[in-house]
Design a protein around this ligand. Sequence first.
Ligand code: AMP
Length: 510
Amino acid sequence: MNLVHLLLRSARAYPDLPAVALGTRPLLDYRQLAQRVARLSTGLRRRLALAPGDRVALAMRNCPQYVELVFAAWHAGLVIVPVNAKLHAREFEYILEHSGAHTCFVTADLEAVIAPLRTRLPALENLVCVDEPGYEGLLVQDGSAPPLDRAPDDLAWLFYTSGTTGRPKGAMLTHRNLLAMTTSYFVDVDRITPGDAIVHAAPMSHGSGAYMLPNVAAGAVQVIPTSAHFDPPEIYALIRAYPGTSFFAAPTMVKRLVETPEAADADVDNLRTIVYGGGPMYLADCKQALQVLGPRLAQIYGQGESPMTITALNRFWHTDTRHPRYDQRLASVGIAHSVVEVRVADDQDRALPAGETGEVLVRGETVMKGYWRDAAATEAALRNGWLHTGDVGALDEDGFLTLKDRSKDLIISGGSNIYPREIEEVLLRHDAVAEVSVVGAPHAEWGEEVVAFVVPRPGCEVDVAALDALCLEHIARFKRPRRYLPVDTLPKNNYGKVLKTVLRERLTDR
Ligand code: AMP
């Protein structure tokens, strides 16, 4: 089944409900959205000569056209290649070249970055700016051709990994993968009612874009912030404007939302759910968010290779405070989605008993077909029929998964494995600590030593003795940081992920 049917169904079921809005201004209802998608699909085929299976790159900041372009591409049987709008020109060039896209849609701000690359990208025949009048010309007047049939394993989305280390890889997501992701959202994460709203507060090229699908399927309005990025006061204003609002946010964004001065007297009655994920949510931060925003949080753990769908901790578990293991559950990433199996395994891929730590493996309907044009990486990631996530964690008796870290972030000091996340959780309990990131620094004797980069709260200082005492109280002596480095901010990528590679480089540069 072609994913565009999710939209066509909503257009029949809820033709007059708002489908796309810019800030508080409604732009299109579902009938109009479906009509524009069909006309644009015809334009993609006729005017740009795109054929089924062709890749279409979207190098765009969040904008209303994102929604119609994604569905029009699927309508025409094409494969979307969303690209993070904050990438460096070289990274754009790599993804455009690697994906073999003939066509790239850009927003005006990115045209100046992409246009000069064309001389080195012979395959890139069309560069279309969605903010210029020519774009509307692609919406063919008599465009009412039916959508192209797609087989379940046909590609729908090339999802380029955030590439925090090495070259980004293109996870091949099929119509089947994304359909399974969409339907499992309603079972495993949250409900959505027709007329609800999703605010695209995070980049649509990544996390937030995937949320378009369940929200279109359920007849919710896609709200694009006018700032096109994450601005806490604007988000609070949009929550006030839209009943039944939800949105995806990285944990670092949730923290900003909770700590902004507007949070104190914000009216969040309209807020249904913030779905967070993409990086660790620390227990102390999660409890603070629940206190400020109320019982309106759900968590997902996923990766481009199984988008949004490895495990989830739904709203229920966030509020089940009387459960004897409430804190452990809140610090976990929840239980396996209904459409996948999750295993914690040893290096032979054998399942480990509850409580033991190993690599997280996933198999099921949402797992990618492989990496685009990279047989070796595909073979390594999908060996023995399981997706090897590169994340390390442990399952408990009830199937709740607690992530330790990415395997590459593991610190090995004096032959012992140390998981930075455990130390970060402890340090964040200290009132003077706003943010923290723990990494390993090369050490002649121990192999690596534990170093903590600490962002103090405004007006506070890093009190090394107090932090050391806190660690001694909660974790084994050998795991304590040997050095504390105060910093104003932590380096993060556009998706809010802390760039530990940058921190490690700072230590080796010293
Ligand atoms: P990406 O493919 O860019 O979405 O990155 C996926 C990676 O982000 C995962 O493999 C995890 O390491 C991390 N991640 C995603 N969700 C969570 C979560 N809820 N808690 C901790 N880490 C997460």
